[in-house]
Design a protein around this ligand. Structure first.
Ligand code: ZN
Ligand code: ZN
Length: 256
């Protein structure tokens, strides 16, 4: 991929760490004791940012106490029991919340996910013809300009405007949304927040949890959802050392 500068998370060196019995020395996060005891429930927390990949989290019951006072303060702090989790345990924990939906939402989610498969752009390889992949072009991905460029011979270039959706790690079998992947340049993930907003409105946790256990089918379905929400032309994926990057093709131009 076109030379993305690798961002180093310096925070890990400046804050205290704990020693997790499973993961060893690690940064830690505060969570309510209910989440620590039973992570397979809704997690109420902010979204990751470059300084804090793991945000303090509490359960839906504790969230009622939070909302009553409009935040944590002297009036309600005594009502939440706090625990700490190592960052890796936190990721494993919040990942377990993706299946926590009540029955009507579960049905809506299944119907929505299934409905996308009927779209003409949903067929795997639908973009291959557009890009002329049968003719073995040379291609490159430029994160800085959010473009995927296919060069056919000396003249024709096919330039695709792209948005990164997320990455399927084949090493850990996990899906990470591009909005939570701070190794990617801002230019290739400036629009994906709309998919997360959509997930928040509809109550679909797979669209709002940063990272979860996934296979190639999950990854492709998340890509189709992003095509639908962002109004793209189709989905496409490229493989690099860090996994399979899925993207939405927003538009395509031919350059002679
Ligand atoms: Zn709680
Ligand atoms: Zn741990």
């Amino acid at each position: 991929m076109g030379g993305a500068p690798h961002l180093v998370n310096t925070f890990a060196m400046t804050i205290a760490t704990i020693v997790c019995p499973v993961h060893g020395e690690s940064s830690f996060v505060y969570v309510c004791k209910h989440l620590a005891e039973n992570p397979a429930q809704e997690w109420c927390c902010g979204y990751p940012n470059v300084e804090s990949p793991w945000r303090d989290a509490w359960c839906a019951a504790c969230h009622k106490v939070f909302e009553r006072e409009g935040g944590w303060n002297d009036m309600n702090e005594g009502e939440i029991e706090i625990d700490v989790l190592c960052g890796h345990c936190y990721e494993d924990g919040i990942a377990q919340s993706v299946n926590c939906m009540d029955d009507p939402i579960r049905t809506e989610w299944a119907e929505y996910r299934g409905s996308l498969h009927n779209a003409p752009w949903a067929k795997r390889g639908a973009m291959n013809e557009v890009f002329g992949l049968m003719n073995c072009p040379v291609w490159d991905c430029y994160q800085r300009s959010a473009q995927l460029v296919f060069t056919h011979g000396d003249h024709l270039q096919i330039v695709a405007d792209i948005e990164f959706v997320g990455t399927l790690s084949t090493a850990s079998n996990t899906w990470t949304w591009s909005w939570a992947d701070f190794n990617l340049l801002e230019a290739v993930r400036s629009r994906i927040g709309a998919v997360r907003d959509f997930g928040e409105r509809r109550g679909f946790p797979r669209l709002t949890v940063p990272k979860w256990d996934a296979d190639w089918e999950d990854a492709w379905d998340m890509t189709l959802i992003a095509v639908d929400v962002l109004g793209g032309m189709g989905g496409f994926s490229i493989k690099t050392d860090s996994g399979i990057h899925h993207m939405v093709v927003m538009s395509v131009q031919h350059r002679k």
